[in-house]
Structure formats: C-alpha cells, structure tokens
Design a protein around this ligand. Structure first.
Ligand code: MCN
Length: 794
C-alpha cells in the first residue's frame, strides 16, 4: 500500500511543470506543463506517413493543365511501356470497378443537382490540377517521369475564378443545370425585421469587402499508404488525417465498402489547419490502386500539388451594411456574400451559413441581422475549411463595419463597440442569427487589451506621421467563436500495474492532446502524470469518433476522457471498498489512493486496487480482458456550443512612400474558459495569430483569368516569415462555459479569427488622414500604395 501524492508532485516538476498560480497545487490542470510530444517531434524521431515504406509502389497523378475544359483524349501508351510502371488508370478503369469513385459530400452544402468530385476526371475538368489519370510505379521517380509521358488533349473552355463574377450574366458556367453557378443560396436571420431596422436607423454605412483566398501550408504535405488484404477484402490505410473515423467513412463510401472493411491509422501529422480533415482523391486512389495491383501503394503530394489540389479557403466577396443611430446604438446588419466553392462542392465550412452567418453578431447586441450567402462554383481548387472555417470571414465583416460606422459617426471605434457589447448578466444570449451564446464577459477582455496596448496614447498618435515619417495606427477587434460540436469518444483503460491508457477519436496534429488529455485523466484518477499514456489515430482503438477541427477537441474529447476516467474511478472505489473492508460512504479518493475517512493511515493505492481488479478479472476466465483492471468508454456530446471570445489589438507603422507595413506590437486577450494548459493555449494563440497576420499582410492564392494558379509554390504564395511577425503578447481572462463538465471553450482558431480585422483596422487607422477607411487584404506594399494613390487621385 503506497501513497502516490509525493510521486505526483515530483512528476509534474519532472514533466517541466511551471505552476502558473491559477492551478491548485495538487492539480495538473491549469499548469503550463511542457508538451510531452515535443522531444520526439523536435529531434526528428517522429514517424510521419511518408516515412513508412512497407515496400510500397508509388502513385502519382496526371493533373489538368487547364482551368476549365473537356478531356478530348488521353494517350498513356508511352507511360505504360516505361520500365517500372505497374499501371496507368483513368476514369474508365474506376468506372468499370465496384467503386463509385466519387468523393462524398454533405448534402446540405448544395441545393442543386450536380455530379460529385470524381477521383479521376470523367470527361470534364473544372480546375487546374484536377486529377485525370493515376500512374503507379515501382518508385516515385519513375511514377513522376511516367506522368510526364501521359499525353492529354483538351478542348479548353472559358474559365471564371472570381465568385462575384461567376454569378454575373454571361459568365462561363461550370455545370449545365446551374446557369448562374450558384451551388447554394441560403438565408439566415429575418429580412423583413432587418429592413425595418435599417429604415428606422439614423444612418446606414455600407462596405464592399474581399476576403482573400488562402491555401493551407502545413509543413507535411498530404500522404497515404494503403495496404490491401485480398483474403479478407480489407484495407489498412495510413494517412495524414485530422479525423481518422471521418476518413474511414469517406474512404468506404468512395470505394463502395462497408466501414468495417477499412482501418485507418494516422501516424504523426505535421500540421493540418483544416485541409487534412477533407477527403481528397489521392487517399482514395492509393487504396483503389492497392486493391487493383494487390500491392501496397503510397502517395505523397508534392508541395505544388498541395497548392493546386489541396482544399483552399476563404475567398468571399461581400457587400455589407450596418444600421446605426447617432448615439452609436447598432440596429441591424445586412450581409450579402458570394463565397467560392471551387470546381466541385466539398461541403466546406466557409460557405456554410451555419459556420459563417451565425457568427455575425460577434460580441454585440444587434437586434436584426439578415445574411444571404451564395456558395458559387468557380474554376479553382475546391474550397473547404481552414483554421476558422467561416468564423474569420464573419468576424471580419462585423468588425470592419464597426470601424466604418465609428468613422461615420465620429465616435471612437472602441467606444462604439463598448456601447453595444452584450453584458455578462445577459447570458445565455440568443443572437438574431440563431446563435446561443453560453457565457461571456466581453468588457473585461476589452479593457485588458486596451490597457496592455496603451490605447489612450496610441489613439492620440494615430493617423499622424512619427519622427521617422511613418504613419501610426491602432487597431482593435472583438470576436466570438463557436467551439465544440458533435460527439466524441473517449476510452480509459487501467492495466493491472495501475498504468493508464487513454484513447480518443480526436487527432492531434500539433495541438498537444497527449499532454492535455494526460493532465485531465491524471487529475481525475489521482495517478502520476507519467503513468498516463494517450493514443489517438487508430480506428481500431475507439468504436467511433469525430476528429479534430472547429476547436472542438478539448470540449468534446477532453470531456469524453474525463467522463470515462470518472467511471473508472467509481469502479475502482468499489474494489477499494472491498479491500478496505469498510462501507463505501467511508472511502475517499485522494492523491492516488483510497483512504478511510478519519483513518488516513488505512489506505490502498490506486495501483494495488488495479492489481486486485485485474486478478479478479483473470479468475473470471475472460482472456480478452487479461491484464486489464478497469475500462470505460464514453460517447460524449456537449450540452450546446461554447463561445470563446476575446479582443486583439495592434499598433502599426505604415510608410506612405513605399506602402510597407510594420506591426510594432500585437496584444491578444483570449478567453477560452478554464485552461487545461496555459502554455499550450498561448502556443495556439501564437500560431493562430501568425496565420491571421499572414492572411492580413501577404497571403493570397491568385489565379489567372484562364484558371491557371499563379501562386503554386512557397516562392509565389507569400507565407508570413519570422521577420514579418511581431512579438505576440498574450493575456487571458477566464469565463467558464456551463455547457461541458470542464468549463472549457476552444482556442485553436482564435488567432486566425481576430488577427485579420485587427491588422486591417490598424492600417486603415494609420491611413485615416489620407481619407482612407478601408484597405482590402492582403496589405502588400502594392495594395497599400494603390489605396493611397486612389484617394490622391493619382
Ligand atoms: N486547450 C486548453 N484549454 C482550453 C482549450 C484548449 O488547454 N480551454 C488546449 C487543448 O487541450 C489542446 C489545444 O489547446 O491541446 C487546442 O485545443 P482546442 O481549442 O480544443 O482545439 P483542437 O485540439 O480541436 O484543435 C483544432 C484547432 C484547429 S480547428 C486548427 S485548424 C488548428 C489548431 O487547432 N490547426 C493546427 N491548432 C493547430 N496547431 C498546430 N500546431 N497545427 C495545426 O495544424
């Protein structure tokens, strides 16, 4: 019988624990423990999909060289003759197989009848880079050489790449039955009430906004390794995924299989940012070819394939208006957005009204909102969710309108926001676009941000050139974010030695779940942190699961593993009660042991209880459970959405001669409820802000009018660099969510939501003396100078 308490305290220190004051001394939750996965990741010892060879043949794709056209002919004879080539396949081969060969799509994301995305082009190509033929060869170099030897002739058609232009009369059409290219025309909010609010308001301010097209640039490109067991008609697919069970379902549908015929295993994943949650042709074709050749087949995207075909993001054209009274009361919002979906609908969050329009109320009490969203086919790569997925686009609209209204009314932009904030005693709060906010204390976060940046002084300097001739500006953006949705599975298994294995249906691709889930479970069971292992990514480990996206894992996966840990603890207490020979009511669990109330020396350790339970299990003769003391599995679904929030603020200096923007300071105040690990939370904010600044300053996928992608590599697609990023100062307020047992809200996307409006607001503020109220992203030197020249008349 032992006392685990000392071991536990040491253990947190050993793990690099840096108690942050908010955590009680005993608890791991609330401590900024170093990420346990980092040693392996940072020393290059991690295994990624492409590291696994399995004697695999290699798959490469012949991709459309045109943005829009008909495939007139494919001549693969030269490629087929090449030494080392195992097969060249086109749609005809897929069509002749038992597989449907079409990527599944969420039906609610389209309201028109169109064919789905085929894994290889049927006859028409609708974006440059669409796969036309698949080549499998003994090695990847031969496969790529053979791709060059496949000759495709096209009947080129006119292309349309801009979602607003695509809806205009006379625009090229992508599908016969959809003459206006509108894939989905959806409304949110009440149009009549909103029109009445606009008619009654003192002023209406309107803005046209562009939300630039982005590409997820994870360090690791997408990859898949498929093995086929012909005897069992069974696939094992290792791949880059954020959602192992989601990929299993989609792979099964594409291949025409039962889910039970597919096991998905996800090794380490080098970043996802949303696009590894989607199903692309590469993964499905690797599996299809593995069956066709009865051989393991691997596919790894090249960087430019990732740019051409990996799901893109954002790409909104919006006309929006705000109705305000002279005293600064906001009466309504009216938003009309055309959102690109690309050549094929994949059902992405950015164009789905539920993810986009539902966030338009942000932190404000806005009685009437009407949002029309048209998801529009364009000759571009398909658009899907990317860090934020609709929420950055919505907050950008609302925050730009708040600045424009403040400008019109001559009210300080912070003061206008403050006058309209939803107050703490108004929660739960139902917005005019159907969001039910759980909890919030918006003004505290706002004040924290203003205090940190020194808003008063910054406001005085705003719009004026400093000693260095550059114009200073201060930007502020408030935001909310819907986090956590759907169900998640969490399994906790205790072995006879008291060690604990935790499995979840989520999949960390940089978020640090191995650390945070271990903190949560170790706290619940009172066992040493090092005794808890966390594994994600194998569909055999959990009966079902949803995955990691939408900043949902802590709320859903974290709660699921905690609920399972609580079940395990209840069972363990029962065994402990028997061992101690007292009434259940007299047994308490603390510090990794069960003790008798009032007789602290009378105790039994968690490990001894586990051993006793495993012995009893062995005696029962069930060999499948040999060595397992306790196990619990929870399918957890939160009690509604948790709305994270915060205020970000930035100081910028703009050189009006060159258009160069420097972000001199950036302060992020975020509220994600209770924080499991404040250091990881801070890291998530840093990463998100860096990506948000990337969108604001430099990123943008650019297509030529013919539908050819001009930014198809890291040379031409301008990711942010360390030198273009400021130090990111972070602060936190803590407003627990009442909608999950942990009181948590998500944090993974907050930075990408808040940073674009914050930076644009600051730059517009700096240029206010030129009469500039808004500059579209990205704020490149060229775009900033163009904005100055436009008002200068030059
Ligand atoms: N966390 C916490 N306390 C909270 C909330 C979160 O300690 N109150 C911790 C979590 O336990 C977890 C991390 O912060 O370790 C992020 O948790 P959460 O906000 O629940 O988000 P998810 O784990 O579901 O991650 C998804 C989110 C999304 S949608 C994208 S896109 C994204 C992101 O996280 N892509 C990332 N962060 C990323 N980080 C890296 N490094 N790479 C990516 O591709």
């Amino acid at each position: 019988m032992s006392d685990a308490r000392d071991g536990r305290a040491n253990d947190a220190r050993d793990a690099g624990g840096t108690p942050d004051g908010s955590a009680s001394e005993d608890r791991l939750v609330g401590r900024g423990i170093d990420r346990r996965e980092d040693a392996e990741l940072l020393t290059g010892r991690a295994t990624y999909t492409d590291d696994i060879s399995a004697d695999a043949a290699h798959l490469a794709f012949v991709r459309s060289a045109v943005g829009h056209g008909r495939v007139e002919s494919i001549d693969a004879s030269e490629a087929e003759e090449m030494a080392g080539v195992l097969g060249v396949y086109t749609w005809d081969d897929v069509d002749a197989s038992p597989s449907p060969g079409v990527l599944p799509i969420r039906t609610e994301s389209l309201d028109c009848e169109v064919p789905g995305h085929p894994v290889l082009a049927r006859d028409r190509v609708r974006y440059e880079g669409q796969p036309i033929a698949a080549v499998v060869a003994e090695d990847r170099y031969v496969a790529r050489d053979a791709v060059e030897a496949v000759h495709v002739e096209y009947g080129t058609r006119p292309a349309v790449v801009d979602p607003a232009e695509a809806t205009e009369d006379g625009a090229p059409t992508l599908y016969e039955g959809v003459p206006d290219n509108v894939a989905l025309d959806a409304e949110l909010g009440d149009e009549t009430t909103t029109e009445e609010a606009f008619a009654a308001a003192d002023r209406v301010v309107e803005l046209d906004l562009v939300n630039n097209r982005l590409v997820a640039s994870a360090l690791e490109p997408r990859a898949a390794l498929a093995r086929y067991d012909a005897d069992r008609d069974y696939f094992t697919v290792e791949l880059t995924s954020q959602s192992p069970h989601g990929h299993r379902r989609k792979l099964s549908e594409t291949l025409g299989l039962d889910e039970e015929q597919v096991r998905v295993v996800v090794p380490r994943v080098g970043g996802g940012f949303g696009h590894k949650g989607h199903h692309h042709p590469g993964e499905a074709m690797a599996a299809w070819c593995a069956r066709e050749l009865d051989r393991s087949v691997k596919w790894t995207a090249t960087r430019s394939e990732n740019y051409r075909e990996g799901a893109h993001a954002r790409d909104h054209r919006t006309t929006a208006a705000i109705a305000v009274d002279d005293d600064g009361t906001v009466r309504g919002l009216r938003v009309d957005t055309r959102a690109a979906v690309g050549g094929y609908g994949l059902g992405g969050g950015a164009s789905m009204p539920g993810w986009y329009g539902r966030l338009l109320s942000s932190q404000y009490r806005i009685p009437a909102i009407y949002c029309r969203t048209r998801a529009v086919f364009t000759n571009t790569a398909p658009v899907h969710s990317y860090r934020g997925a609709g929420r950055p686009e919505a907050i950008y609209v609302t925050e730009r309108l708040m600045d424009a209204a403040a400008d019109e009314l001559g009210i300080d932009p912070v003061e206008l926001r403050r006058r309209n904030l939803i107050e703490p005693d108004e929660f739960p709060y139902e917005t005019a676009v159907g969001a039910s906010y759980d909890s919030g204390d918006y003004e505290t976060a706002l004040d924290e941000a203003l205090d940190a940046i020194g808003y008063g002084e910054a406001r005085e300097r705003a719009g004026e050139p400093g000693d260095d001739g550059r114009y200073r500006g201060v930007g502020v953006a408030c935001f909310t974010e819907s986090t956590g949705g759907g169900f998640e599975r969490g399994v906790v298994r205790v072995r006879r030695d008291g060690s604990v294995a935790v499995y979840a249906g989520t999949h960390s691709h940089g978020q640090g779940h191995e650390t945070t889930y271990a903190q949560l479970v170790a706290d619940e069971l009172g066992v040493p942190y090092d005794d808890v292992e966390v594994a994600e990514g194998d569909t055999d480990d959990t009966a079902d699961g949803t995955g990691t996206f939408g900043s949902r894992s802590t709320i859903t996966g974290g709660s699921a593993v905690v609920e399972s840990a609580r079940d395990v603890l209840r069972a363990a207490r029962g065994v402990a009660t028997d061992l101690l020979g007292v009434d259940a009511a007299d047994v308490v669990s603390e510090g990794g042991a069960f003790r008798v109330v009032g007789r602290p020396e009378h105790s039994v350790s968690f490990a001894d209880v586990a051993c006793a339970a495993a012995e009893a299990e062995n005696e029962s003769g069930d060999e499948s459970d040999a060595g397992i003391a306790f196990e619990a599995s929870t399918r957890y679904e939160p009690d509604g959405t948790a709305y994270a929030f915060g205020t970000h603020t930035a100081l910028v200096a703009v050189d009006a001669e060159t258009g160069a923007v420097e972000i001199e300071r950036y302060v992020a105040v975020d509220d994600c409820g209770e924080r499991v690990n404040p250091t990881i939370v801070e890291g998530q904010v840093h990463g998100g802000v860096a990506q948000g600044i990337g969108q604001a300053r430099s990123e943008g996928a650019v297509y030529g009018d013919d539908g050819r992608l001009l930014t198809d590599s890291m040379l031409s697609y301008a990711l942010p660099r360390a030198s273009s990023l400021p130090d990111i100062e972070t602060r936190a307020t803590v407003t627990p969510s009442p909608r999950n047992p942990l009181g948590v809200k998500g944090i993974g996307e907050a930075g990408t939501i808040a940073a674009p409006p914050t930076v644009v607001s600051a730059v517009a503020d700096a240029l206010s003396s030129f009469g500039i109220a808004h500059v579209d992203m990205p704020l490149t030197e060229e775009n900033v100078l163009a904005a100055i020249r436009e008002v200068d008349g030059g």
